[in-house]
Every structure is written in C-alpha cells, then in structure tokens.
Design a protein around this ligand. Structure first.
Ligand code: IVH
Length: 675
C-alpha cells in the first residue's frame, strides 16, 4: 500500500465536507448555496482523488451516491427495536375513541398533546448511525427483521451519510419513509414506456422497486427521497417529546416533513386532518392519511404496544384513491375536436368517497400499453379532481372470456372515416359536422369559463343539435322562446329564462371569447396571453404566426393552430355571424384589466399556494398573467412573490427559507388592484 500524501488526504476530507454540506443544502433544505456546476466540479475532483488513491475512499464519501457493485442477494438484519405498524382510524369518532383510550390508560389529569404528521405512502426504512456515520440501512421487512439495503439508501440524496454535528450521538437509529414525488414518478414512467419497459402502477411501487435493486447503480438513477419521522434505539440523544425528536433529527441533517405539527390537542388534530385533506391534491407526493402520535415520550412508554402496533399512535386514513373493479365494456366517445376516446364502463366502485362507474383509457396506445380488455379486473384511480383513469389490468384474474379492444375504423357517431396523424396519439373523426363534435363545441362555448350560459347544460345542447336547431355557436343567439319550448321538459318560463340568460351574455371579454371558440391548444391561459398581447379580436385574427409565437408562453404548435383556425373561411364566418348576432367584445380598457395594468407585473414571477377565499387559483393566475406576470409551480430563487392562501404548505416554508416575499390574500388583492 502506498502512503497517501497528507495534503491529498486533507484535500479529500475538505471536498467530502463541502459536498456533504452542499448536498444537505440542496436536498434537505431545498436551499442550495453553490451552483450545480461547482458541485459537479468538486465531486469530479473527489472521484479522481479516490480513483488514484483507493485507500482514500470511505463508505460515507459523497461519491457513494452513485452506487456500489451489485449484490447477489440482500442480507438480512434484525431491528433492535421492532418496527411496528399502525392501527387505522377512518372517522373523527374512531380518533376520539383512540384519545379516550389514551386518557384512560394514562390515568392522568394532565392534558394530552399530540404530534401529527402526514402519513407518507412509500417504503419504511431504518437508518443506523454509529458515531455520526451511516453504517446500515434496512427495510421494515416483517417488522422484526429487514433486508439490508445500505448501498441503495446511500444513493438517496436526502438521506445523510454523515450527521451534521461535531458531537454525534453514539448510536442513532432513524426511521423514515422513502418515496418518489409525483412529477418524478411520471417522468420515470414516461422514460420507461419510451424504452418499452413496463411502467410502475403508482409512486409507492416505483419507490419500492427502486429501493430493492441488487444493483445500487440503478437505484442511484431513480429519483428517491426520504422524510424521517421516528427513531429506534438512541444512545446520546433523549428527546422528551416526538416534536423534539423531529427537531433534533432536523438539526442533525435529516429531512423532516415541514407539514408536521406538534403540541396539538385532540381538536387541533382533527382540524389539521381536514386541512391536510384539502391540501392533499396540491402536494407533490402521495400521502394516505395523518399519523397521530402522543407527544410525550414518557407517556408513549407507559402506553406501550400491542403485538403489532403501539397504543400511543394511530393513522387517521384518507379514503383510498385507487380501487379494483371490473370493466363491463369499452365505449368510444367522440369529443369536440373529433378525438375518439375509449372509455371503460365499470362495475361501480367507491374511490376516495366518490362512486366511479367509468374511467378514461385516453387513446388506443394506452389501451395497448396497459393491455386492458373488456371484462378485465382493473385498478382504477382518482387523483384530485381529475377524471378517473384505469391504471392497469390484472391479467391473473382473466378467465379467457375477455375481449381485446379494437379502435373502430369509422366514427361511432356519424360513420365518417377516422384518421390518425403519424405523430399523434389521438384517432380523429374527420367530419367537422359530426354531431358529437358539434355538441362538444357548443357545450364548450356555453361552459363556465367561456360564455357561461346559465342552464344550457349537456342535455339541452344535445336536443338542440339533434333537432337541427343549432349547428354552430352563432345559432345560439338566434334562438327564440318557442324554439326552447319545443324541447323536452321545457316550459314557457324556463324557455324565457334561457333566452334571457343567452342575451345577458352578449357582452364578453376578449379572453373568454377566444377561449369559447374552442381553438385547439387555446385554453384559458393562452386566451389571456393572446388578449393581453393583441388587445382586440381583429388583431388576433390577423396576426402572423411569428407574432403569435413571439408571445411568451406560446410555442410554435399553439401559434400554428391559432393561425390555421383563423385562416379557415368557415371559422371567420362564424365569428362574423356572432358579431352580427349582437355579441360585443368589451374593449380592453373597459374590461377590468387595463392595458397599462398589463405591464405592471411584467417580469415578476409568482407562485400560488393554499386556498384563497375570494377567488379560484385559475382566477388568481389570470389576474397575474393579464398584468404581465408569470405563474410557476414551484418556489425557487427566481420567484418574486408567493401568494399564500389558507393552509399554505411546503411552498410557503420554502419561500420563507429562501427569503421570497410572501403575500397574504389581502396584500395580493391590493397589488392586483393597484397594478
Ligand atoms: S410512525 C410506531 N410516522 O406507516 C409508529 N409511520 O402503518 C410506526 N408511515 O410502516 C410508524 N408516514 O411505513 C410513522 N409519519 C409517519 C409515517 C409512517 C408513513 C408508514 C410507515 C409504517 C406505516 C405504518
């Protein structure tokens, strides 16, 4: 063995320390101090040093993040303290029962406080630190013995390899959940599908599959993260409460869920549950409930555990967002753009408290990829307020009677030919007069974000089109009371109401008008961008594609689609007929956003978080964009303002950390009014 020159050993140590710190700032605090390039440069230098002096390499070197040589199989190790599971509660009543039990068993007059934490839906692990260094990581396994996945866990950037302290505890066993964030999960699945590999069914499966790789170099390429929430054996650390344990772990460099709250009484816990339930769909990771823990650790000890779960904690579960059911049939629907969408008709099943009886299968390729057949048992999911979808089929439950889906060759509504453009996933009916397309366009035209015609719902639109009373939106403004009276279940009163509802809507803002036209790729946001930039309808209709494309937020494909729409004589004719029928576009300076206002927030980047009481998120976004500002999804050093509504979560924490200006709802309103 050649001796390592002291200056080189010293340099390696300096680099290791700097890299650990940079890693912690980036992955745990989400608040980097050095650039990615600087990080890469230091990592490369350390890798070079370690390559030329192999004795320099330590197991907790930041270079270990890239993975170690593959294993033949995982070893196993017993947990020094069993990793228990949790009892579940599904209602306030069950949580109050839990609280009652705790009070009774403790026989104390002292108030009982709780720490409540989001229940991460990932994979439980235990990380063992001796003298401040990660020496072993295990999965939960059966709770008594787990698999040793040390090298894999070393690749998880938010799991510390060394603790951030000069006087580390002698022994520290930390427990936490390894998970994959939604966006990363989608991106991983997208890449897998591209390569012809089977996608993961959900983020938890993706996390579990990635963690249990014998080759940790594969794990290293998977975007895994960790939140820590508990401890096994500790020597040299003795927090008195769960809240203090979390704070101690945080100070040592562990990543703790910023939404965790301590010092809550039981009413506070129930309130927090409701807040979290509302925030759930906005989080970028999966949670399936709230874990409620008696805060005082001496109380925890007195309460003890049953065979599988502690008496001092309970999981207040959210309703599941995935369920299994069976596909009764696959139908094909035709939308307003002519796209044929296969839709699974399901045996009704309750998913997260909502009955689901149909789910979209998106398009032909998706049906093939998921190998979904009529009669199949399937996993369905509902996420937030999006349309339910079929996640995958369960082929092991097939009995041979299932039918493979074929995309029809003709439109199931009008019988015209269907076409699929080579670069597109959608198969489309080519007949613009197809009743399904006409109905879809009219429904869109009358919808809330467009002309917002009260009472003109799907059933009425269908009848109007089927009776030949309406074939384009311009026809709507020519309808009289007697036309409506001829329809099913329409009396003279409701008919008169509808006519006046339509009349009331003749005056409209430019952005709503543009959105209502149903131009492909022109959603509410693009419509606002167009209205802001061009100010009037004629200017939009005649703008060259390059000018449209020059609008920030509008790409070439959108610009082309807008141009194509207005180049078609029939579309220009419909617009003319609307104007002749009395539709009036409010001039921009009379609409609520003035032209000067449009400039007022130019160059400013906003992030919205939490619930605003006076407007929806889309409205807030529209206000910002119509004044020239930008709205992005995540807080970074480039964010100018974070608008924080009720129960704002991790984005607010991040804003505070980064020193980004936070606006309360009233401050935001004031800014909008002044702009
Ligand atoms: S505490 C004795 N806290 O839930 C306490 N568990 O059903 C046991 N989990 O295996 C665990 N987030 O994988 C705790 N904040 C959290 C959690 C959490 C997710 C998981 C963990 C555990 C399972 C128990």
């Amino acid at each position: 063995m050649t001796a390592i020159p002291p200056d080189i050993a010293e340099r390696a140590e300096t680099l290791r320390e700097a890299l650990h710190r940079a890693n912690y700032r980036y992955y745990v605090l989400d608040d980097p101090e050095i650039s990615d390039a600087e990080y890469d440069r230091m990592l490369r230098e350390l890798m070079d040093l370690e390559a030329s002096h192999p004795d320099l390499k330590t197991p907790d070197s930041p270079t270990a993040r890239v993975g170690a040589p593959p294993l033949d199989k995982f070893g196993t190790a017993a947990h020094s303290v069993p990793m228990l599971s949790l009892d579940n509660g599904f209602s306030d009543g069950e949580i109050m029962d839990f609280h009652g039990r705790v009070q009774r068993l403790l026989e104390t007059d002292e108030p009982i406080f709780y720490t409540a934490e989001p229940k991460m839906d990932g994979v439980a692990v235990e990380l063992v630190y001796e003298a401040g260094r990660l020496v072993m990581a295990t999965t939960r396994g059966d709770g008594v013995t787990g698999e040793v996945v040390t090298e894999n866990v070393r690749t998880v950037r938010s799991a510390p390899l060394v603790l951030l302290t000069d006087s580390p505890p002698e022994l520290l066993e930390v427990r936490g959940e390894i998970f994959m964030a939604h966006e990363r999960f989608k991106e991983l699945n997208r890449r897998r599908t591209e390569k012809g590999e089977p996608p993961f069914a959900n983020p938890r499966n993706a996390a579990a599959g990635s963690l249990r790789q014998l080759d940790s170099k594969i794990t290293a390429k998977r975007p895994l993260e960790i939140f820590c929430y508990g401890a096994g054996l500790m020597r040299g650390l003795s927090p008195e409460t769960q809240g203090k344990l979390l704070a101690d772990l945080k100070a040592l460099g562990f990543r703790i869920n910023p939404l965790a709250r301590s010092g809550l009484d039981i009413e506070g816990v129930l309130e927090f549950y409701r807040t979290l339930l509302e925030e759930r769909s906005g989080l970028d990771y999966e949670i399936d409930g709230l874990v409620i823990k008696v805060d005082r650790r001496d109380f925890q000890e007195r309460l003890g555990a049953k065979s599988r779960s502690p008496r001092w904690a309970i999981a207040y579960k959210f309703a599941a967002l995935q369920e299994t059911t069976r596909i009764r049939s696959i139908e094909v629907q035709v939308g307003r753009t002519g796209a044929l969408t296969p839709v699974a008709r399901l045996a009704p099943v309750s998913v997260g408290g909502v009955t689901v009886s149909s789910a979209t299968l998106h398009n032909e390729d998706e049906v093939r990829r998921k190998d979904v057949r009529e009669g199949d048992a399937v996993l369905v999911q509902r996420a937030g307020d999006v349309i339910p979808e079929v996640v995958k089929s369960i082929p092991s439950q097939r009995d041979g009677s299932e039918k493979v889906f074929e995309m029809p060759k003709d439109c199931p509504v009008c019988g015209s030919k269907v076409e699929r453009a080579p670069e597109e996933a959608a198969t489309r009916c080519i007949n613009a007069e197809c009743p399904a397309q006409v109905k879809g366009r009219i429904r869109h035209f009358a919808s809330k974000a467009a002309f917002d015609i009260d009472g003109l719902g799907e059933k009425l639109v269908n009848q109007l089109v089927e009776k030949g009373l309406v074939s384009s939106f311009a026809d709507l403004f020519e309808l009289g009371q007697s036309d409506f009276e001829a329809l099913e279940r329409m009396g003279s009163k409701s008919s008169a109401n509808l006519v006046s509802a339509i009349n009331d809507r003749r005056k409209i803002s430019l952005e709503r008008f543009l959105y209502a036209l149903g131009i492909r790729h022109v959603g509410e946001n693009v419509a606002i961008l167009l209205a802001t930039r061009f100010g009037g309808l004629d200017a939009v209709m005649d703008a060259p594609a390059e000018e449209i494309e020059a609008v920030e937020g509008i790409g070439p494909e959108i610009a082309r689609s807008i141009r194509q729409f207005f180049d078609k004589e029939e579309n220009r004719r419909v617009v003319r007929r609307l104007m002749e029928g009395g539709v009036m576009i409010e001039p921009r300076d009379q609409a609520d956003e003035t032209k000067e206002g449009a400039e007022a927030l130019a160059g400013k980047t906003f992030v919205l978080t939490g619930t605003l009481s006076g407007m929806t998120r889309n409205e807030a976004k529209a206000h910002i964009q119509s004044r020239g500002g930008r709205v992005t999804g995540s807080v970074s050093g480039n964010t100018d303002y974070v608008v924080a509504g009720e129960s704002a979560g991790s984005k607010l924490d991040k804003a505070r950390k980064l020193g980004v200006r936070v606006l309360a709802e009233d401050e935001f309103l004031q800014m909008i009014e002044e702009a």
